[in-house]
Design a protein around this ligand. Structure first.
Ligand code: SF4
Ligand code: F3S
Ligand code: FES
Length: 253
């Protein structure tokens, strides 16, 4: 079925902008990115949109559709009725560069602040051995395509620019959780307690487990249940471990 849809697309740049109205053709099987491309081809050749794979794997086409953080290439037009207005806006948590393209460098800065995996001393690559359940736990987190939709939706930074200094967001707290649960990570031997760092350096305490991050993740990673809550539990366990408490008392004398 081919029909004409009503689209509202945000056009503008760092100095401001507005929603523009378009009537555009929609064909059977198309996704929102197809419609944005048709707009570029027929009515708005200077419309800026970032995309690469059109397969939900590069994480580039993140934006907001009817206010919900979504991948443009993975949102089917069939989820909307023919008479529904579809509104496409840039991700709200990040500064606009132009039209639907935002500056996501906040995320790269936070990524750089997470120390890498520390290989165990005395073992060469190829000699690492792990339980299958530990492999599977890491693999879930490594499905991340770095679309940053979870970062965009989290209320801690979505409307609170000031929290960005202290809070790294669900994607990077998940990365810390992955490393903290990794049985071969030797960061602790080098004096880095990832649980303490998650709290002190990355704002784990700001997360009040609203699970909005999990709801928008296109890879269906259970960010809150499998990464953030276990990381919080491990951090609390450490804080209230009587041996750790005693050790801290003695060391502080
Ligand atoms: Fe995107 Fe999910 Fe990765 Fe967040 S965890 S950046 S929502 S793929
Ligand atoms: Fe934000 Fe996800 Fe926590 S949306 S508050 S990081 S559960
Ligand atoms: Fe690659 Fe949408 S274009 S995820």
């Amino acid at each position: 079925m081919t029909y004409t849809a009503h689209f509202k697309v945000w056009r503008g740049d760092a100095d401001g902008g507005d929603l523009n109205d378009y009537q555009v053709e929609v064909n059977e099987g198309e996704v929102v990115l197809d419609i944005i491309h048709r707009l570029q081809a027929t009515q708005a050749s200077d419309l800026a949109v970032r995309w690469n794979c059109k397969a939900g794997k590069c994480g580039s086409c993140s934006a907001e559709i009817n206010g919900r953080p979504s991948l443009l290439c993975m949102t089917r037009m069939s989820v909307f009725t023919a008479d529904e207005t579809v509104t496409v806006t840039p991700m709200r948590a990040f500064p606009v560069i132009r039209d639907l393209v935002t500056d996501v460098s906040f995320n790269y800065a936070k990524a750089r602040e997470v120390p890498a995996f520390v290989p165990p001393a005395g073992l060469k690559p190829g000699e690492y051995r792990m339980q299958q359940q530990d492999v599977e736990r890491s693999q879930e987190f490594r499905k991340c395509i770095e679309c940053f939709l979870c970062q965009d939706t989290c209320h801690v930074v979505r409307d609170h620019e000031e929290n960005k200094i202290a809070f790294s967001g669900p994607r990077f707290l998940m990365r810390i959780a992955e490393l903290d649960m990794h049985p071969l990570d030797a960061a602790a031997e080098e004096g880095l307690d990832r649980k303490v760092s998650a709290q002190d350096d990355h704002g784990l305490g700001y997360c009040n487990i609203t699970k909005c991050c999990t709801e928008v993740c296109p890879e269906h990673i259970k960010i809150t249940d499998n990464a953030l809550i276990p990381l919080k539990e491990r951090a609390v366990d450490r804080k209230y471990d009587p041996l750790v408490w005693l050790g801290n008392k003695i060391l502080r004398r």
